[in-house]
Design a protein around this ligand. Structure first.
Ligand SMILES: Cc1cc2nc3c(=O)[nH]c(=O)nc-3n(C[C@H](O)[C@H](O)[C@H](O)COP(=O)(O)OP(=O)(O)OC[C@H]3O[C@@H](n4cnc5c(N)ncnc54)[C@H](O)[C@@H]3O)c2cc1C
Length: 396
């Protein structure tokens, strides 16, 4: 497999073990059927427990039996899962980085005891509700409200979250809502702080309908979380964080995984195209002997290697506690764009065969449209970098 600068040689034995375990899992459990899942538009729920058994959810945490792996090991896991399909990596990312991580970081001891073991094993599924129908790139404008019932009797939640990975199969939704001083269930003008609420999806007033008609990330379950006067207890709120720092810090964790995952999707496309170029004969020999095809392979290999270098450096900085969100934005932005470009080029090299689910590049290309959009669109990461580089915000 492509590792042009022998970067894998520098990983520890434990990191290579994690990489190999994830590769075996993808080879055995994902690759044979993922084309069918994509065509059928369904996420195979059996994978949830299998990934739990393999410690694929939040393995960097040291809580309980979680293994406390290095940031590089986590990145390698994301890379190998996304080489299988972005839907599989998304499942692990959401569960680990967007649900378990905030519970571990901002939750109470009781919340950790209540949720982390089941989420780690895959007996429970979590989802992360930030985006709303009218508020995507600008989540601070969210309309979802939490009214305090008073006297420590908990909260009433109102609002709709949309485009939520795992929502239709989730047991618990981490819902970000603004605290509201109103008492009549109507959203008022109050602009209280954003808080995270752990909402059980079987509670009265919660619905999690599936979103159909997706042409991207088809093997992932995506839905809404509709909250119609949902009563949650006082201890449903994450005590350790207030304001947009809550959801944004979770997104930094998940985007780190995406920066690595995109390398895996791109590498898989490259490998398929390289093999095809040496097998497929036209004009009396393999198409890989044409300079036009070699140029494509050379460019893909260079871009993938560059993306991997960025991911490796992020891991080093994260391990030292020095990683800034803007650096993660640079890597998410670059690596996903690389994967999107590589997937399209690989698809092109496969000719007509490239448009089928028999080969991975078009599936990856379709998935990359989502990955390019979620966790901050490419444009939004451009603006984050622009602000960081100039000190001037161009968001509004
Ligand atoms: C399959 C899938 C799974 C998802 N999973 C989750 C999930 O689990 N949880 C969750 O909370 N969300 C999830 N999302 C939602 C995702 O994060 C949002 O789609 C994303 O933030 C963009 O929001 P939007 O779609 O409303 O686009 P908009 O914000 O409406 O943007 C539309 C276009 O305008 C551009 N734009 C917006 N603002 C600016 C600006 N200031 N300057 C220049 N251009 C701008 C954008 O780049 C984009 O091209 C998911 C999305 C998909 C497709």
């Amino acid at each position: 497999m492509l590792d042009y600068l022998a970067l894998d040689d520098d990983y520890t034995a434990e990191e290579r073990q994690v990489r190999d375990a994830a590769r075996r899992f993808v080879d055995r459990e994902v690759a044979p059927d993922v084309g069918d899942w994509f065509e059928d538009g369904r996420f195979p729920e059996r994978l949830v427990g299998e990934m739990g058994d393999l410690d694929f959810y939040a393995p960097t945490l040291s809580w309980g039996d979680l293994p406390g792996l290095s940031e590089t090991a986590y990145g390698l896991l994301m890379r190998e899962l996304e080489a299988g399909d972005s839907a599989v990596r998304s499942m692990a990312s959401v569960q680990g980085a967007l649900v378990m991580w905030p519970i571990a970081e901002y939750g109470s001891d009781a919340q950790r005891e209540r949720w982390l073991p089941g989420l780690a094993s895959g007996d429970l599924v979590g989802c992360f509700g930030l985006t709303e129908p009218e508020h995507g790139s600008d989540p601070a404008s969210m309309e979802t409200r939490a009214e305090s019932v008073g006297d420590g009797d908990g909260y009433r939640l109102f609002g709709t979250k949309t485009w939520i990975t795992n929502a239709p199969i989730a047991d618990v939704a981490l819902v970000w809502a603004k605290l509201d001083s109103g008492t009549d269930g109507e959203a008022d003008d109050g602009d209280g702080p954003v808080r995270g609420f752990l909402v059980e999806t079987d509670a009265d007033g919660v619905e999690t309908p599936e979103i159909g008609g997706k042409l991207s990330m088809r093997a992932s379950s995506t839905g809404q979380v509709v909250l119609d006067d949902v009563r949650v207890p006082e201890d449903a709120v994450l005590p350790g964080v207030e304001g947009m720092k809550g959801p944004l810090s979770c997104l930094t964790q998940a985007r780190y995984g995406i920066a690595w995952g995109a390398v895996g999707a791109a590498r898989d496309c490259f490998e398929v195209a390289r093999e095809y170029a040496t097998d497929r004969d036209q004009f009396g020999g393999p198409i890989g002997r044409f300079q036009l095809q070699q140029e494509k392979l050379a460019e893909m290999a260079t871009q993938i290697t560059t993306a991997q270098l960025l991911a490796d450096r992020l891991a080093e900085l994260k391990e030292r506690g020095e990683l800034r969100p803007q650096q993660v934005s640079m890597a998410k932005r670059n690596n996903v764009r690389t994967a999107r470009d590589v997937a399209r080029t690989a698809r092109e090299m496969l000719g007509a065969n490239g448009i089928t689910t028999d080969y991975s590049p078009m599936r990856h290309a379709a998935n990359m449209e989502t990955v390019y959009t979620y966790e901050g669109t490419h444009d939004i990461h451009t603006l984050i970098l622009g602000e960081d580089l100039t000190g001037i915000s161009a968001f509004e």
